[in-house]
Design a protein around this ligand. Structure first.
Ligand SMILES: NC(=O)c1ccc[n+]([C@@H]2O[C@H](COP(=O)([O-])OP(=O)(O)OC[C@H]3O[C@@H](n4cnc5c(N)ncnc54)[C@H](OP(=O)(O)O)[C@@H]3O)[C@@H](O)[C@H]2O)c1
Length: 242
């Protein structure tokens, strides 16, 4: 039986590349989570099925505890013999703006998606992972969470919270064969960064280019693999040298 990986925000961008990489190279069954863009989720599923990979779509809003609870309970009832071995907390949004003018809604929606999304999803899977004595939690954070970025106080705070949660949780579960790590990308080509001025920003990047979602996916696949059993509590940057 294939191990199961749940990728939040697996329909587009970095999450989509992770779904494809894990299905293709680790031979996992993928639960492709999304919130609103069904066509994109179906496209990810079709791309996985095209090479003979195995996946299904799991729609829910990661920031909504009831929605997550209901969705994962239904999936578990329909799959009583199976458990989620790998969780990639990738879903995230930005609502950029200077802090002094930031509406409360822009603070809370960014925080709820990243931080409550991490809580809602991880709490549902952590106990079964510990019982089966194998688990991988990989949180997609950001350089903004490590260094702080002007215009992104909400996003930097949310990613910073997950960075600390990664370190703390890894210490609670390491003995049970569950690793918890975070990947901190710099500038990666996706819908999230499509309106940024690449020509200007490239000057800050030693590699002189934005990264591709597939490059992040390679790193995530390594951390998700059996080979990474002794790596936990780490925050690994992938940023072209920033
Ligand atoms: N791109 C970068 O340069 C960069 C850099 C550092 C970190 N990151 C992080 O990497 C992750 C992926 O970013 P990306 O660039 O791939 O973004 P993206 O292209 O905008 O994709 C975001 C994904 O998250 C999903 N999503 C958003 N809100 C959700 C919710 N409440 N519940 C479930 N799914 C939700 C979206 O699904 P729907 O469309 O269905 O809502 C979509 O699949 C994010 O955590 C982001 O902060 C990105």
């Amino acid at each position: 039986m294939k191990k199961i990986a749940l990728v939040t925000g697996g329909s587009r961008g970095i999450g989509k590349a992770i779904c494809i990489e894990l299905a293709k190279h680790l031979d996992l069954h993928i639960l492709i989570n999304y919130n609103s863009n069904e066509a994109a989720a179906k496209d990810t599923l079709a791309q996985i099925e095209a090479f003979g990979g195995s996946a299904e779509i799991l729609k829910c809003d990661v920031s909504n505890a009831e929605d997550v609870e209901k969705t994962l309970n239904i999936w578990q009832t329909n799959n009583p013999e199976q458990g989620i071995s790998i969780l990639i907390n990738n879903a995230g949004i930005t609502k950029d703006g200077l802090f002094m003018w930031m509406p409360e809604a822009d603070w809370s929606s960014v925080f709820n998606t990243s931080v409550n999304g991490f809580f809602n999803m991880t709490q549902k899977v952590i106990q079964p992972m510990m019982l089966q004595k194998f688990g991988r939690i990989i949180n997609i954070v950001s350089l903004s969470g490590l260094h702080g970025q002007a215009g992104q106080t909400n996003y930097s705070a949310a990613k910073g919270a997950i960075i600390s949660a990664t370190k703390a949780l890894s210490k609670e579960v390491a003995k049970k064969g569950v690793t918890v790590n975070a990947v901190a990308p710099g500038f990666i080509t996706s819908d999230m960064t499509k309106d940024l001025d690449q020509t200007q920003l490239k000057k800050q990047i030693p590699a002189n280019r934005f990264g591709e979602p597939e490059e992040v996916a390679h790193l995530v696949a390594f951390l998700a693999s059996e080979k990474a059993s002794y790596i936990t509590g780490e925050i690994i940057s992938i940023s072209g040298g920033i």
